[in-house]
Design a protein around this ligand. Structure first.
Ligand SMILES: Nc1ncnc2c1ncn2[C@@H]1O[C@H](COP(=O)(O)OP(=O)(O)OP(=O)(O)O)[C@@H](O)[C@H]1O
Length: 346
């Protein structure tokens, strides 16, 4: 079985988003970079799904594709993205425009990047309402005040008059979340939304995302390199390595009993939240390979601690691993058993 075939088959019909065998290439000079390679996933209504992995593994490219925002020289070269049963690839520009913001919205690490620096916060918010909903000027303003209030601005009327650069990073991210929630989208793509923020503000922003799910049933795809953030908010997690999903499962299971050696290595590199500090930080050696030079067989094999412990079996460098485990929790590794071989080898 193909490593990506488990996840779509696991759904019982309550999925809002279904990605099937998606591949995205970048044409860089005379080479083709396979940034996302045959990835499948699904997100159910009201579910928060984490997408984790090191820098360069394809998380953002995958996230942007969910809004059909992959920029040239990148393009979707295979697969389907179904949102609420509609194939995103078949939508007209007009339909896509309505979809973005109204049904799917985007939160980025750099909140300023999605704001107009010369437009006051209030105007940015009321413009979105005017373009998608309409209503009188007074009504639009009332909604903008309510939006800022809902993300914790103590004096929203005053903050509406601010320019984005007059706000702190945490405040800017709150405005960005307020803006993305204005039209009560069914799905939010949040790409490293807390990475630039200090720990206290980070926790507040994560709370706001959880609130969005609780209050409006919003589904969220949370892209992050930080497993601690995943542990805090996600129901399910997909671990990406070198353009592929290598493990998928419920967050607690993945954190407590990872099946893939890459996931185990990411976890081992985390500092414990409580207790004595470790005598050494077991960081994962080596770097993710360049996307135009993905290794043969299992793409993780040159860095894999489990393979080394097993005496470097040849299979890892020759054969692409298929999904092992059940539909709810699987990993693409030749040497994983359903009992969690990784944990027992550690
Ligand atoms: N505009 C581009 N031009 C060429 N290649 C690109 C471009 N954007 C992304 N890529 C390629 O796609 C790969 C995946 O990039 P992507 O940004 O999706 O990874 P990521 O996991 O989100 O990393 P990060 O956390 O650093 O954003 C990159 O290694 C790069 O080779």
């Amino acid at each position: 079985m193909n490593e990506s075939q488990h996840s779509p088959a696991a759904i019982d019909g309550d999925d809002l988003l279904r990605v099937e065998n998606l591949s995205i290439d970048f044409a860089v000079g005379s080479t083709t970079v396979h940034a996302v390679d045959d990835v499948s996933l699904q997100v159910e209504r009201g579910e928060i799904v984490g997408l984790v992995g090191e820098s360069g593994c394809g998380k953002s490219t995958l996230g942007m594709s969910l809004l059909r925002l992959v920029q040239s020289p990148g393009s979707i070269v295979g697969g389907r993205i179904l949102f609420g049963g509609r194939d995103l690839m078949e939508l007209s520009d007009h339909e896509l425009q309505r979809l973005r913001g109204q049904e799917i919205s985007l939160i980025l690490q750099d909140a300023l990047a999605v704001m107009n620096p010369v437009t006051r916060v209030g105007e940015q918010l009321t413009e979105v309402i005017r373009d998608h909903v309409g209503g009188s000027r007074a009504e639009r303003r009332r909604q903008a005040v309510a939006a800022l209030s809902s993300v914790g601005f103590p004096r929203p009327e005053l903050s509406l008059r601010s320019f984005p650069h007059q706000l702190s990073g945490g405040m800017q991210q709150r405005v960005s979340i307020a803006q993305s929630m204005l039209l009560e989208p069914r799905l939010i793509i949040a790409d490293e939304p807390t990475t630039a923020l200090d720990v206290t503000v980070q926790a507040q922003v994560l709370e706001l995302l959880k609130d969005a799910r609780t209050t409006h049933g919003t589904s969220i795809v949370l892209i992050t390199h930080d497993l601690a953030v995943v542990a805090e908010v996600c129901d399910r997690v997909l671990v990406m390595y070198a353009g592929k999903v290598v493990e998928s499962g419920p967050v607690q299971e993945i954190l407590q009993a990872p099946k893939h050696p890459y996931t185990a290595a990411l976890l081992a590199a985390l500092l414990p939240l409580r207790g004595d500090p470790p005598t050494e930080l077991r960081a994962l050696p080596g770097q993710i390979p360049q996307p135009d030079q993905w290794p043969t067989g299992c793409r993780f094999h040159p860095r894999c601690p489990l393979r080394q412990r097993l005496g470097n079996p040849q299979l890892c460098s020759t054969d692409v691993p298929t999904a092992q485990g059940g539909p709810a929790h699987w990993a693409a590794c030749h040497f994983v058993s359903e009992e969690g071989a990784v944990a027992s080898h550690d």
